[in-house]
Design a protein around this ligand. Structure first.
Ligand SMILES: NC(=O)C1=CN([C@@H]2O[C@H](COP(=O)(O)OP(=O)(O)OC[C@H]3O[C@@H](n4cnc5c(N)ncnc54)[C@H](OP(=O)(O)O)[C@@H]3O)[C@@H](O)[C@H]2O)[C@@H](O)CC1
Ligand SMILES: Nc1ncnc2c1ncn2[C@@H]1O[C@H](COP(=O)(O)OP(=O)(O)O)[C@@H](O)[C@H]1O
Length: 494
C-alpha cells in the first residue's frame, strides 16, 4: 500500500521542520530530486543532457523556489536553463542561485520567454504547488516538449484531484515528501502522468495518511487461501441474483467471472431466457428457478440447497424485473456477505447495510445513493471531490463502498480509504462492471464474517486491482470486451 496525503497534511508535516529552520534543507532535497529526474528525461528524449534546453515556469512560492534551485543544478551540467517569471515576486535565493550558475530569468510576456518556451526540450511546471488557491494564468506549452510538474501540476488540487481549466498536463510529476491524494484520484492521474516520490525527510512528521493506493503485494494478502482439504461447499457458495428478460447477458458475465475466479459453487437465481443461457454458457452454475423464499433463513430453504449459500452477488442486469427485485430483498434479509451492484443498489438501506456489505456504484449510481440518503449532491460535486463523497456513502449506508471509475475508490464505514489506479480506459466497456461483481462475489463467498470491515474493504480494493490487471493484460493482446474479461478474470489468481 502506498500512503497518500492531502496538501494540508504535507504542509502540517513540514511545519515543525520549517520552525526548526530546516526549510532550506528540505528545498535542497526537493530540488536535487527534480533535477535528477529532469536529467533523466533529457537523456531519454535527446540522448544527452549537455546543450539541451530546459524552461521552468516559476510562480511566487516555494514550489517556484524548488524549480529555481533545480534549474541552477541543470545549468551547472551544461543545460541551457531558463526561468520564466510568472509573478512579480519569486523565490529570491533560488533566482540568485540560478543566475550564479549561468541560468537566465525571463519576464513572462517577453519575446525571449516565448522563444525559450518554443525551443524547450523539457518544461518544468513550477507555477503553484500545495499552496495554490485556484488556478493561475499559464503560458501555452509546445506539444512536443516533455512536461515535468514540480510537486503537483499547477492548478491541480493536491487533495481532491480537481483541476483548474488552465492546468498543464504533465508527462511526469516529481512530488516531494509523500504521494499526494490529488495525484491518484479525480482528474489527477490524467494531469500528473507518471509520478515519482522524492523523500525529503518528513518521516515521522507525516501522520495517518488520507488514503492508500493498492499495490500487487496487497492483493496477495487480501485474497482467501485455498485449503488443501477444501471441498466445493467449504470454498464458498455464491448466490447470484442477476439477469432479466431485458438484460440476460449481464448474468452470464457475472456468472462466468465468478466461476473463473474460483468460486466453490455458483447458484444462479434466474428464470426464462437468462436461465436457458446460463445452462449452456456457464454449465458450472447450478440454477434456482422461481422466486426465492421471502424468509431464506427459515427451514423451507434446506431442501433446495439455498441454505448452503455463503454470500450473494446482487443486481447485474435485473433491470425492472419485479421477481428479481423481490429476490434481492430476500437475499439482503439473510445477513450474509453481499456485493450489490446496479439495480440492486436502491434496495440497500442503512439498516440492511453492515460490515458484510460491499456496494459498487458508478458515478450516476453514487449520486442516486447519496440523494436517497438525504444528501444534496450533484455529479459535478462528486467529480470535484470523489473521495469525500465515497466516504459519505460508506458512512451513510454503513457499508463498504467501491466507487467505480478511472480510479476506483474503496471506502470503509470506519473512514479508511483505498484507491486502485491499476486500470485502463479499455475497461470502460459495457459489462465490465458485471464482471467485477462476479469476481467480488466469488471472493466474498469464502469471506470469514468475523473479520473486520476494513479487511473487507481491502478485499474489494484487491478485486478492483485484479480486474484492472486483467484489463491491462488483455489490452496488450488487443482482444477486448467484457466476455474476454470474464474469461480471463481468474488469470492473476493462478
Ligand atoms: N514548505 C517548504 O518548506 C517546502 C515546500 N516545498 C515546495 O513548496 C511548495 C509549497 O510552497 P508554498 O507554500 O510557497 O506554495 P506554492 O504552491 O509554491 O505557492 C503559493 C504562493 O502562490 C500564491 N498563490 C496561490 N494561489 C495562487 C493563484 N491562483 N494565483 C497566483 N498566486 C497564487 C500564494 O500567495 P497568496 O495567495 O497566499 O498570497 C503563495 O505566495 C510545495 O508544493 C513544494 O513544491 C518543498 O520545497 C519542500 C519544502
Ligand atoms: N476510464 C476508465 N479507466 C479505467 N477503468 C475504467 C474507466 N471507466 C470505467 N472503468 C472501470 O470499468 C468498470 C465499469 O463498470 P460499470 O460502470 O458498472 O459498467 P457496466 O455497468 O457496463 O458493467 C469499472 O470497474 C470501472 O472502474
Amino acid at each position: 500500500m502506498i500512503p497518500a496525503f492531502t496538501g494540508e497534511q504535507i504542509r502540517a508535516a513540514e511545519a515543525p521542520l520549517l520552525e526548526r529552520g530546516e526549510g532550506d534543507r528540505l528545498m535542497a532535497k526537493a530540488a536535487y530530486g527534480l533535477a535528477q529526474h529532469t536529467l533523466r528525461a533529457l537523456r531519454e528524449r535527446n540522448g544527452r543532457t549537455y546543450g539541451t534546453r530546459v524552461v521552468a515556469l516559476i510562480g511566487p512560492g516555494n514550489n517556484g523556489g524548488d524549480a529555481l534551485f533545480a534549474l541552477a543544478k541543470l545549468a551547472a551540467r551544461g543545460v541551457a536553463a531558463h526561468a520564466i517569471q510568472l509573478t512579480q515576486r519569486i523565490h529570491e535565493a533560488g533566482a540568485a542561485e540560478l543566475k550564479r550558475a549561468g541560468g537566465v530569468v525571463l519576464e513572462k510576456d517577453s519575446p525571449e520567454a516565448q522563444r525559450a518556451i518554443a525551443a524547450a526540450d523539457v518544461i518544468i511546471d513550477a507555477a503553484l504547488g500545495t499552496g495554490a488557491t485556484g488556478g493561475m494564468s499559464l503560458p501555452e506549452v509546445p506539444r512536443d516538449a516533455r512536461v515535468i510538474a514540480c510537486d503537483v501540476p499547477s492548478g491541480l488540487h493536491a487533495g481532491t484531484g480537481r483541476v483548474a481549466p488552465e492546468t498543464i498536463r504533465a508527462d511526469l510529476t516529481v512530488t516531494f515528501g509523500a504521494l499526494k491524494s490529488g495525484l491518484v484520484v479525480g482528474r489527477g492521474p490524467e494531469y500528473a502522468g507518471r509520478v515519482e516520490v522524492i523523500d525529503i525527510g518528513l518521516g515521522d512528521h507525516l501522520g495517518a495518511p488520507d488514503l492508500y493506493v493498492v499495490e500487487s503485494a496487497d492483493v496477495v494478502d487480501a485474497l482467501p487461501r485455498l485449503e488443501r482439504n477444501a471441498n466445493k461447499y467449504s470454498r464458498g457458495v455464491l448466490g447470484l441474483v442477476a439477469g432479466s428478460a431485458q438484460y440476460p447477458g449481464a448474468a452470464i458475465l457475472s456468472a462466468r467471472a465468478a466461476v473463473n475466479a474460483g468460486v466453490g459453487m455458483l447458484r444462479t437465481i434466474a428464470d426464462g431466457l437468462t436461465a436457458e443461457l446460463l445452462a449452456t454458457e456457464v454449465p458450472e452454475s447450478v440454477a434456482h428457478h422461481g422466486a426465492l423464499p421471502a424468509n431464506l433463513n427459515g427451514s423451507g430453504s434446506r431442501d433446495n440447497g439455498l441454505s448452503r449459500i455463503t454470500a450473494w452477488a446482487l443486481g447485474p442486469g435485473i433491470g425492472e424485473d419485479k421477481q428479481q427485485q423481490a429476490n434481492v430483498e430476500s437475499a439482503l434479509k439473510t445477513g450474509l456477505p453481499v456485493v450489490a451492484d446496479a439495480s440492486a443498489l436502491p434496495y440497500v438501506t442503512p439498516s440492511s447495510g453492515g460490515s458484510h456489505v460491499v456496494l459498487t456504484p458508478h458515478l450516476g449510481e453514487l449520486e442516486r445513493m447519496l440523494t436517497a440518503a438525504g444528501l444534496r449532491v450533484s455529479r459535478d460535486d462528486i467529480e470535484a471531490d470523489p473521495v469525500r463523497w465515497a466516504r459519505w456513502a460508506a458512512v451513510s449506508y454503513n457499508s463498504v463502498v467501491l466507487f467505480k471509475g478511472p480510479s476506483t475508490i474503496v471506502c470503509s464505514p470506519e473512514g479508511f480509504t483505498w484507491v486502485n489506479t491499476n486500470s485502463t480506459p479499455a475497461l470502460a466497456t459495457a459489462g465490465s462492471g458485471d464482471v467485477l461483481t462476479g469476481l467480488i462475489g466469488a471472493l466474498l463467498s469464502a469471506w470469514d464474517t468475523q473479520r473486520p470491515v476494513n479487511d473487507l474493504a481491502k478485499l474489494a480494493a484487491a478485486a478492483a486491482f485484479l480486474h484492472g490487471q486483467v484489463g491491462i493484460d488483455l489490452e496488450r493482446r488487443s482482444s477486448f470486451g467484457a466476455t474476454a474479461l470474464a474469461e480471463h478474470i481468474g488469470s492473476p489468481l493462478v
